[in-house]
Ligand binder design. Structure first.
Ligand SMILES: [Zn+2]
Length: 83
């Protein structure tokens, strides 16, 4: 079953789980989650294609190639630009 990554739309409102992002194993026919199952705040799906969670390096490589800026979360509300 594919694994999906979800993150709080507003990290400051989310709980420990969703403000840092969490993964959910769902079947393809399952509807995507819109609310955090832990605190019910709004979340969005970070990765829509299954199988991308295996390699973080690959994910970063793809993001970089696509022209995305990658921010690394240093602490709550603080981000460091990785590239
Ligand atoms: Zn939450």
């Amino acid at each position: 079953m594919p694994v999906y990554c979800y993150e709080a739309k507003d990290a400051n409102k989310g709980c420990v789980k969703c403000s840092n992002g969490f993964t959910v194993t769902q079947s393809l026919s399952d509807a995507k989650l819109e609310k955090c199952p832990y605190c019910a705040c709004e979340i969005y799906r970070v990765i829509s294609a299954p199988g991308l969670m295996h390699s973080k390096t690959d994910l970063h490589y793809r993001a970089k190639r696509a022209g995305f800026k990658c921010l690394k979360k240093v602490s709550k509300g603080e981000y460091e630009t990785m590239y």
